[in-house]
Design a protein around this ligand. Structure first.
Ligand SMILES: [Zn+2]
Length: 258
């Protein structure tokens, strides 16, 4: 299900807000947009729509033309790779540090990945045609997306290393810390299904891992809602990948090395 304009209420009677124009401060919540000069951001704003993404909204469909890119503000998207036979494996998450639809920037119209919203929240939507038009002006966004491409390659490589080298509990702490950063709050909804996909483990293992962190007083996990009780303890419990990846993405807001 795509995040369409003026979507009807869902089964719970909840209505997803229709897209609205974003403000400059809202837009700067996304790291890729945060570093743009004021004049460039003002030129980009009319092209952006502020949308609310609900759980499982699909923002990319593999092998289909990428029509829109999404810059998360406080939602989390999940990039999935096909493992054959209908199985899908999560390969990366995308939060306020990034954007879905990187293939468009790299000059490719379609990609091999599906992407879904896994933690509901707000995002800025930009059409693929709008991005191409905007990039033709060769402003700071162009450089920012180059650095984002590099950071994404580091993230994917680090995820491979993490999956092979680090214990489930360390990886779980890393993902929870990362999700807390992206949502910008100590409490957020997180389904067991998502956590299991993120960690590449069975749901039973997720319960066990969460209960270890819970017993240590680090988090509380009830009815699909995570509450981070002690962020420092969660950081100590996380593997080194958290700091390595965070440092890469923080570079997005800095001027490129000369
Ligand atoms: Zn790790």
């Amino acid at each position: 299900m795509d995040a369409d304009h003026g979507r009807a209420p869902d089964g719970d009677g909840r209505r997803t807000a229709a897209p609205t124009a974003p403000s400059a401060p809202d837009s700067r919540r996304n790291l890729l947009l945060a570093g743009l000069p004021d004049a460039e951001l003002q030129r980009l704003l009319p092209e952006l729509e502020l949308v609310d993404l609900a759980l499982h909204d699909q923002v990319l469909t593999r092998d289909e033309p990428i029509k829109d890119l999404h810059f998360p503000l406080d939602c989390v998207l999940s990039l999935m790779a096909s493992a054959g036979g209908g199985d899908q494996v999560e390969v990366a998450t995308i939060g306020y540090e990034g954007m879905s639809g990187l293939p468009v920037f790299l000059g490719v119209a379609t990609g091999p990945n599906d992407a879904f919203c896994q933690v509901p929240g707000r995002a800025l939507r930009l059409s693929a045609a709008g991005l191409r038009r905007f990039l033709a002006s060769d402003g700071a966004l162009h450089q920012s997306l180059h650095r984002y491409t590099q950071a994404t390659m580091v993230l994917l490589a680090q995820n491979v290393a993490c999956n092979r080298a680090h214990r489930t509990e360390e990886r779980c702490a890393r993902w929870l810390l990362q999700t807390r950063d992206r949502v910008g709050a100590d409490q957020f909804p997180l389904t067991q299904e998502f956590l299991a996909q993120m960690l590449g483990v069975r749901r039973g293992t997720v319960s066990l891992t969460a209960s270890v962190l819970q017993a240590a007083g680090t988090i509380r996990y009830t009815r699909g809602v995570i509450t981070v009780l002690d962020a420092d303890a969660l950081h100590r419990a996380a593997c080194a990948c958290y700091d390595i990846v965070q440092e890469q993405f923080q570079r997005l807001t800095r001027a490129p090395a000369t």
